[in-house]
Design a binder for this molecule. Sequence first.
Ligand SMILES: *Cc1c(COP(=O)(O)O)cnc(C)c1O
Length: 394
Amino acid sequence: MKYLKRSWAVVDLDCLEHNVNNLRRLTKPRTKIMAAVKADAYGHGDKYIADRLARLGVDWFGVSCLDEAISLRTHGIFQPVLIFGVTPVEYVSELAKYNLTQTIVSHEYARSLSEAAKESKVCVQGHIKLDTGMSRLGFVLTGGDMEPALDEVEQACSYENIRIHGIYTHFSCADEPGGDSEEFTRGQFDLFMRALEGLKFRGREFGLRHCSNSAATISYPEMHLDMIRPGIALYGLNPSRELAGKIDLQPIMGLYSSISLVKEIDEGVPVSYGRKYTAHRRMKVATVPIGYADGYVRELTNKARMLVRGRIANVIGRVCMDQLMLDVTHIEGVCEGDTVTIVGTDGRHTLTFDEMADLSASFNYEKVCLLGKRVPRIYRYHGEEIGMVGLLDN
Ligand SMILES: *Cc1c(COP(=O)(O)O)cnc(C)c1O
């Protein structure tokens, strides 16, 4: 497969399969799986990821907004899709046309969505969202007396042009096991279950009750209910440091670049913008075409490491928009065109998005999501390159 070998990401769909199978092993056979593929499948590319997940029998897909949902439909995904965010009601006919499920975040929203649906002569499907402690979206249950909120949920369920077939909540700290956070998560779950009881008492039952992100899927099997909603774990990354190793996950993405120029510089010569690094002796320096426009953030200046010919090379000087420099003084035979491993394994060493995140006051979710559009994603399956998505495909 031909692609511009500037900087590129390789996504291994066999590893995706491994992760899905291991997540599935944690749940009961009848528990459904909603794959969170928002933000272009966490930067991995929704087209190939969703296609493979659909073939693996994932039941639902979760996205953040209408355009992401339509993108899935355009790629031939016909499974149910839940939009986690609020869709402006003037897009009600798109929701219906693409057979999407909208999150219902308040009574007010349900009413205006229903009115818009009536006007457009359509019917939309919805899942009720309950706010059990995240304070982001949903009917607020955290105020002590939950009856007023349940009244509102009941009304939201009674509009003709909205069909409600699910209900969910979202945890704020399921990724921090033990202590306060565990207590808080159990409190959120308890609130959710009590709300379901209250609604049942009012004659409202929901076919799909769900609340578990990756962290809760791993740590709290009793909270899986009818469906789990893993995101980060699908991609083989840990929801948090504390949960690392609790389940066998394989990172599905590697990141690579190739050296564009090798040169020698004298002692005292500065490297890159702002002269934040100065050669302390005669040095061999490699220029690598990746920068902050590719998601390789400037915070990594003088901190990060890459692999060249199986050896570690330090990033020296500021990360530029499109390029950066590596110290390769100690590496024999470095050539222009040599592959640079930014995330992945070369020889004895493995570099991870976790390490990159630690060095830039970030976390793995952000690292993969921020990987730039300019970096082509190459897809491997059963040892072969089966496709790519690059800048020119968008
Ligand atoms: C992103 C998201 C998920 C998945 O979360 P992970 O931590 O990546 O597993 C699940 N549910 C909702 C509502 C989300 O927004």
